[in-house]
Design a protein around this ligand. Structure first.
Ligand SMILES: NC(=O)c1ccc[n+]([C@@H]2O[C@H](COP(=O)([O-])OP(=O)(O)OC[C@H]3O[C@@H](n4cnc5c(N)ncnc54)[C@H](O)[C@@H]3O)[C@@H](O)[C@H]2O)c1
Ligand SMILES: [Zn+2]
Ligand SMILES: [Zn+2]
Length: 376
């Protein structure tokens, strides 16, 4: 057992609390990771605010990175001291999606039960009662115990804050462009919503050789951030969607070949589909509350051979895609460091959620002391 501090949600809609928890030692096939950085993703806010029902109590965080500091029996791919980014999806390996090599579409991942694959939970409160680990990795904590398959080895030299972002927003956004859309060079692109996920779509589009990248947000500061990672144009998306569609068509010779929706709002999903030219593709990356439904004109979609694609986790196979994105970052081709504008302590997590709710700032990253947590 190790005593650690972690952000725990005990009731949806109520603040998270920084609690001291007991973390079990890694068992067979598990590793303990000392967390160095954990990004604050809007998906954490969806959980915190109760948009998506989740079992509780639960230790938060799914966008994290650190260093392996203990290994259980039988672990072969990792050793102590290895820098890793954590994957929020460990494929079950046997379902129809996994058998078809579409691990990002696995519906039966143990990660979604917020436990280890055998159903065990590795955290407990001071009362001895189990606390779940969000997506099986609980990264907003000084340390975590995860299945070996969730800890993906990265090359040396990646800033832990960037490594954390590779764990969710970078992989989600870059993968939506490179893998889900498989976007050809020279295509025109629009990205609606410029948080960590949308800015990663912009980076991915620049890497893929888009001819034009129009970045849209309701806040002008976000347009500047998008230009810094490769956008060619910025557009404020106000409440008048007809005007936005018109402006987007003017900038892209009749509409963008690919539109990425990276907010998760019904009205901007509809805006994305509405703005498509003949043969255009809308890639939906933002996540709505569970029950949300959107509508679109069926005739123009079919008649114009338009497409709508859903993209979970950027169609990632984390074991191969995380190191690839890390290498591209180290080679200067994915400037993921520019997504980060604030490094905070764990005690400021609720403040970070407030800023994220208001749209203020770019990606916020909780950083942890480099020293190991207390305890044996
Ligand atoms: N598909 C996946 O696998 C996956 C993975 C991670 C996150 N997500 C989802 O992606 C979405 C974005 O996550 P994020 O962390 O980048 O969020 P974020 O809150 O940092 O970014 C959202 C951006 O949208 C802008 N915005 C909000 N309302 C707007 C409007 N009406 N018009 C224009 N712009 C508007 C905000 O100003 C902000 O810049 C969330 O729904 C999150 O849950 C999906
Ligand atoms: Zn996320
Ligand atoms: Zn599966």
């Amino acid at each position: 057992m190790t005593s650690i501090r972690a952000a725990v949600l005990r009731s949806a809609g109520a603040p998270t609390a920084i609690e001291r928890l007991e973390l079990a030692a890694p068992r067979a096939g598990e590793v303990r990771v000392r967390i160095l950085a954990s990004g604050v993703c809007h998906s954490d806010l969806h959980v915190r605010d109760g948009d998506w029902p989740r079992p509780m109590p639960i230790a938060m965080g799914h966008e994290g990175a650190g260093v392996v500091d203990a290994i259980g029996p039988g672990v072969r791919t990792l050793s102590i001291g290895q820098p890793v980014a954590l994957s929020w999806l460990v494929p079950c390996g046997v379902c129809r999606s996994c058998r078809a090599d579409r691990v990002w579409a696995c519906p039966d991942s143990p990660s979604f039960r917020h436990r280890m694959p055998d159903g065990a939970s590795v955290l407990a409160g001071s009362d001895g009662v189990s606390v779940l680990s969000y997506c099986g990795i609980a990264t907003m904590a000084e340390a975590t115990v995860v299945p070996e398959a969730a800890a993906i080895a990265l090359p040396d030299g990646v800033d832990p804050a960037v490594a954390a972002l590779i764990g969710c927003c970078v992989t989600t956004g870059v993968g939506a462009v490179l893998k889900t859309a498989a976007m050809p060079r020279g295509a025109s692109v629009a990205v609606i919503g410029l948080g960590g996920v949308g800015l990663s779509c912009v980076m991915g589009a620049a890497l893929a050789g888009a001819s034009r990248i129009v970045a849209l947000d309701r806040l002008s500061a976000k347009l500047e951030a998008a230009r810094a990672v490769g956008a060619t144009d910025g557009l404020i998306a106000g409440d008048d969607h007809a005007a936005t569609v018109e402006a987007l068509r003017e900038l892209t010779d009749g509409g963008p070949d690919f539109v990425f929706e990276a907010i998760g709002r019904v009205d901007t999903v509809e805006l994305a589909i509405e703005s498509l030219p003949l043969g255009g593709t809308a890639v939906l990356v933002g996540m709505t509350p569970f029950e949300a439904r959107a509508s679109f004109g069926v005739y123009p979609l079919v008649d114009g051979s338009r497409r709508i694609l859903g993209s979970n986790y950027g169609f990632a196979d984390p074991a191969t895609d995380f190191p690839r994105y890390a290498a591209l970052h180290l080679a200067g081709q994915l400037p993921a460091d520019r997504l980060i504008d604030r490094r905070i302590g764990l005690d400021d997590l609720e403040g970070a959620f407030d800023r994220l709710r208001s749209g203020e700032g770019l990606r916020q990253v909780v950083v942890f002391d480099q020293a190991p947590p207390p305890g044996p």
